[in-house]
Design a protein around this ligand. Structure first.
Ligand SMILES: Nc1nc2[nH]cnc2c(=O)[nH]1
Length: 154
């Protein structure tokens, strides 16, 4: 096994053995060096967003003092769920190595694949209702932002 994937694997094993979360680990690497590694801590922290990839990204960003992880790679023991894939893209990580597939993860009861299917048409999924509301007022925020001279896009 690749050394970075080995570290992600050990993270996953440690986390699940301790009862901190599901069997998932992730490592952020830059120029061949580990910047941060983490495992899923959803159960430990009672935080549904504390997936291995998100925790690793947060640690790496805190350590490097930036929200921009371009040039970094991510090793994760399973294919990222839709939330993590979004976080990975927001962090500008452009290379991901994954171990298990969403199909394999779904076989042990996690909903990663279900959510991927729902995202294609959330309102038709039966899982969630998304309703457009107060658009005029909210649009003012965007107008204010575009007028803000010191705005920083990320
Ligand atoms: N890739 C991945 N899938 C998950 N599904 C539930 N939790 C996780 C996680 O931490 N990582």
């Amino acid at each position: 096994m690749n050394l970075f994937m080995q570290q992600a694997y050990r993270e996953a094993k440690t986390g699940m053995t301790a009862g901190e979360g599901g069997p998932f680990g992730a490592v952020v690497v830059r120029e061949g060096k580990v910047i941060a590694s983490a495992h899923n801590i959803v159960l430990l922290t009672q935080d549904s967003t504390a997936h291995a990839e998100i925790v690793a990204i947060r640690k790496a960003e805190r350590l490097l003092g930036t929200h921009d992880l371009s040039g970094c790679e991510l090793y994760t023991t399973s294919y990222p769920c839709p939330m993590c894939l979004g976080a990975i893209m927001w962090a500008r990580i452009s290379k991901v190595y994954y171990g298990c597939t969403p199909e394999q993860v779904s076989k042990i009861g996690f909903d990663d694949k279900v959510f991927y299917e729902a995202i294609e048409d959330p309102n038709a999924s039966g899982l969630i209702s998304l309703e457009h509301s107060d658009s005029g007022e909210c649009l003012k925020l965007l107008a204010d932002w575009i007028k803000k001279e010191d705005r920083k896009l990320y």
